[in-house]
Design a protein around this ligand. Structure first.
Ligand SMILES: Cc1cc2nc3c(=O)[nH]c(=O)nc-3n(C[C@H](O)[C@H](O)[C@H](O)COP(=O)(O)OP(=O)(O)OC[C@H]3O[C@@H](n4cnc5c(N)ncnc54)[C@H](O)[C@@H]3O)c2cc1C
Ligand code: FES
Length: 259
């Protein structure tokens, strides 16, 4: 069984790094020690009207400092509550959850790390643990964030929808504009981007690993709120479903059906 912990984490710092985007460091010694890139935390709201934890990816894990960084967009009431936290406040956190990216599939190979919007944060720790050799393609709507951290850990290429920085268009436009090639893709972002990458990887005969950031409830595999359709039939249940929180959030692209 993978190690996971529930901790009352102390907020070490919080800052707004773009419009509606916040960066928070949490002191969570045990989680920081074992967290892998692509895993996530379930963060509980203090407001008892919001029972379900909110899943947020590990952006950075600093085992030495016993701290984990999350970077998140304020989407609704839960994340808005997190954004009001200040240093010294406490949050209930469970993690690390999920499987994370299969780092061994990237070792010694040419790798694309591709992130769209709020799928960009998990690429920071991933790029670092891959040793700084990856080509990172980050797609933003307009405002950039985490570019310093990404360019410190790989070759960064940026795309923006409005053309205000980098390639005007999406991550695939950016790859084509720069004539980039790789053996394997690790990606996280919105469903349309993941669908396009799955098709691209098939066409280019590339290995492709996708992290799905779907809606979740329990976060620990108990409620089936997060299932996606898979190719293979589960030996025990006889169904073609996978729980994104438990078997994922990272899947081989050919293993899952993206709706
Ligand atoms: C494995 C995983 C990792 C994630 N990592 C991050 C991260 O690093 N940074 C980050 O900002 N967000 C991340 N998310 C999304 C984040 O969990 C949601 O934005 C958050 O739960 C919304 O909670 P809320 O109470 O603020 O909004 P709610 O009131 O619950 O929802 C507000 C709006 O956001 C939409 N929404 C809610 N959850 C999701 C979701 N999972 N995907 C898309 N839309 C959603 C709702 O449909 C609604 O329109 C991740 C999700 C998963 C499953
Ligand atoms: S969120 Fe409950 S099983 Fe995945």
């Amino acid at each position: 069984m993978a190690e996971k912990y529930r901790e009352r984490a102390v907020v070490l710092s919080q800052e707004q790094i773009a419009s509606q985007i916040f960066s928070m460091w949490l002191e969570t010694e045990r989680i920081a020690r074992v967290a892998k890139p692509g895993q996530f935390l379930s963060i509980y709201c203090e407001d008892s009207g919001r029972m379900l934890p909110r899943p947020i990816s590990v952006c950075e894990a600093d085992a030495g400092r016993g701290a984990v960084r999350i970077v998140y967009r304020t989407a609704g009431a839960g994340t808005a509550e997190f954004s009001r936290c200040r240093a010294g406040d406490r949050l209930d956190v469970m993690g690390p959850l999920g499987n994370g990216f299969p780092l061994e599939r990237g070792q010694g190979r040419s790798v694309f790390l591709i992130g769209g919007g709020i799928g960009i944060p998990p690429l920071v720790q991933l790029a670092r643990e891959l040793g700084g050799g990856a080509q990172i393609i980050a797609g933003y709507r307009d405002e950039l964030f985490l570019t310093d951290e990404l360019s410190a850990n790989g070759a960064l290429y940026v795309a923006t929808e409005d053309g205000s920085a980098g390639t005007k268009g999406n991550v695939l436009d950016c790859i084509r504009e720069h004539g980039l090639t790789a053996d394997v893709i690790f990606a996280c972002g919105p469903a349309p981007m993941l669908r396009a990458l799955k098709a691209y990887a098939q066409e280019q005969r590339m290995e492709c690993w996708l992290s799905l950031e779907e809606r979740m409830a329990c976060g620990i595999g108990a409620c089936l709120a997060c299932v996606c359709r898979s190719k293979e039939v589960d030996a025990h249940s006889g169904v073609r479903n996978k729980r994104i929180c438990k078997e994922g959030p990272v899947f081989a692209a050919e293993e899952i059906e993206l709706s």
